[in-house]
Design a protein around this ligand. Sequence first.
Ligand code: ATP
Ligand code: MG
Length: 876
Amino acid sequence: MKSILLRRQFLEFFQSKSHAKVDSAPIVLKDDPTLMFTNAGMNQFKSYFLGNSEPQSTRVTNSQKCLRVSGKHNDLEEVGKDTYHHTMFEMLGNWSFGDYFKKEAIEWAWEFLTEVLEISKDNLYVTIFEGDKADGLVKDSEAYEFWKALVDEDKILLGNKKDNFWEMGDQGPCGPASEIHVDIRTEEEKAKVPGKDLVNQDHPQVVEIWNLVFIQYNRKANGSLETLPSRHVDTGMGFERLCMVMQDKTSNYDTDVFTPIIQSIENITGKTYGKSEETDIAIRVIADHVRAVAFAIADGQLPSSTGAGYVIRRILRRAIRYGFTFLDVKTPFIFQLVSVLAKQMGEAFPEILSQAELCKNVIREEEKSFLRTLEQGLGMLDSLMEASSSKTISGQKAFELYDTFGFPIDLTSLILSEQGYKLDFEAFQKELAKQKKRSKDAAQTSSSDWTEVGSSGTEEFVGYDQTEIQTQLVKYRKVTSKKEGEQYQFVLNKTPFYPEGGGQVGDRGVLEFKDGSKVYILDTKKENHQIIHFSKTLPEALDEEFTAKVDVSRRQKTAANHTATHLLHQALRQVLGTHVEQKGSMVQADYLRFDFSHFSKLTAKELQAVEDFVNSRIEEALSFEEERQIAYDAAIEKGAIALFGEKYGDKVRLVKFGNSMELCGGTHVKNTSKLWHFIIKNESSVASGIRRIEAITSEAAKAFLTKESQVLDSVKSILNQPQDVLKSVESLQEENLNLKKEVEQLNQLKLKQIKTELQSELQEIGGVNLVSQQVDLDAGAMKDLAFQIGGEQENVFIVLGSKAQGKALLACYISKSLVESEGWNAGKIIKSLGKHIQGGGGGQAFFATAGGKNPGGIPKALEEAKSLVEQKSTEG
Ligand code: ATP
Ligand code: MG
């Protein structure tokens, strides 16, 4: 069965059981500080389990793009080596939010596998949680009983806490799990070893395909468990593994999910899959990683040098390195696989189709630059080997290569062993561990459980309409981190504070209490659909009402900049074309930043046109219009712009200024005239095919223009208030250029004069023509002079001295003939002469220079030069 059909069949099966089908959430998480990437189907539903928000439907089914490359779930190092773990994979899931529980979850999973897909029951094994003493949990006999009705008892196995108790993180919802494993070995092998002995033993053909999680507890900060008021089901089935089973293959990579990509790799590299383990691993790594990287880019995460972007960059680099080392490809090629991927996955995930061009460009540039790094690293490794006498490269050096230049350690060790060198791997590991500890320490945070305070209910955001309200605390907790120290987080009953999101910074402000005390809010963020207010202090009276006040001036300026990004977006699409898509934005009080897709640098004319366009919209004084609860489809129909990689609900907020229409949750000014003026400060490149504009409006624009005009005033006053400043500066520049030319000519003349003088004072001592004089020229002129005289005169020995800005210079020139006949060496002589000026120097046998800090010593040095020649002549 084709993979496309299989995915459809799963979703349809659960739709027939009254589940609502929902889209996959983006693979890159934007509003969850605890996670970089979606690593399980449940991530997007976390707030339902936590009770922070209400689901629209209590039964849901989906296919979720997951990425397991960081944090708690990290399969990166396994990928390629085995045949059933991927970095990016799809998780098919069915969900109950306080609706059905173990019985239905188990029965439907079994029905789908054995009746719809007709997988033989003989090949299936299930596990249930055996209990855990430390947690005071007994065996999940509920699940056992439900399974017993469907499966032979000897196929129901007990699993420990590691495999069969699922937890979201250190804290939060959790519960026992029941896994389904499938045995796809040959009958022969099955006869030798029973399948149940291989469950959870990392056998590539006895693998877990589906995990049914029964969420019924909450893990508290102190490690204890409490029972949740309502119970949920969270299941996840590996789509690629299911394809393997249904297509009668023994590797995920042999299914139609991967074969087109693998074929394409074969065509490009000329290697064949299935011939040698080394090449096969490399091909699998590349086939897998290109998916992860392309999907991340399509969802808005570009490779970069920090955070989530760095993780993506490292995945791509791992692929490049495997291609470089094992497939012998030294030029970019992975980018070419994007088209194959887009064609194949485009139906289920349209973003990969529409973003294919961008993915290709970005991957190609990354490949180019990392291949350069690899070449450089190889060069450095060569010199390290040359310099090593012991045939061992130290761990520190290898770490430097790895850490500073991004040169992979396994490549280092491979090359070293090929060349008969050793690597001090232990020392390398130590360095690596040190670095890991450093970054872990820096990132460490711990939080207490939430303490509920009187007022309850779901939190309401009223900040679109009000910036000051009477409200109360719902709950608070203490959070400690290396970076911020101790902080308190509050959830309010109603809040006017805008939480960071959509590129816009979170509000700051104050909570004012009746007794006059104040608690300052330093930042506001969203976490699992809750609005969290950050503060350094805890209010004294926790259950009292207070006035929550947003810092209005900061909010106004931020709102002006947010409105400006919408107008800028519109302007760019107008001026450059509709291929322009927003790729990121940062909206602060004093500045805004807008990243967008476009292939080339903007010309001065284009920038001017963009600026003019925005300023015209400001002059038109367009008023803000919004529709807060419009259906997503209706908004798109109207022509509203939605952003890629953004997760929208069914109901969205539409923000309009004239013809600019965007789906947006941010805060805006009531009228574009509030922006006062829009000024582009900078235009640059962020990545291949992505440009960035930085701009200012309102107060910042005023301040900028005021400062510019002050500078201009000062310039005018320096220039004695000319009629035309520009002209006057231009003529100054011209004058300056002419003067420079004149000085140059004069210098040449001076040099000529000195040369004639020196030549006339030339002394002949025993066949040597000696010049030893103080000339006070700069180093370049002295050299010129010495070479000119040396070129015109035979057998010269020239020593020149110069004093400039309290420093001394000496130059010594000796004709080649003298160097040969007398064995003189300017380099050596200058060292000795240099002592008189308290300095040092060096050079070649026929020309050398010295610098020193004692100009008073120049005559002595010239004296010594002369006596050297005299001495030689008497000796001769
Ligand atoms: P495994 O022990 O095989 O790594 P897991 O216990 O990490 O699996 P879960 O977290 O329970 O898996 O995820 C649910 C399902 O997702 C698994 O049953 C499996 O089919 C699939 N899955 C998990 N990790 C991967 C991966 N890296 N690549 C492909 N499929 C995966
Ligand atoms: Mg795993």
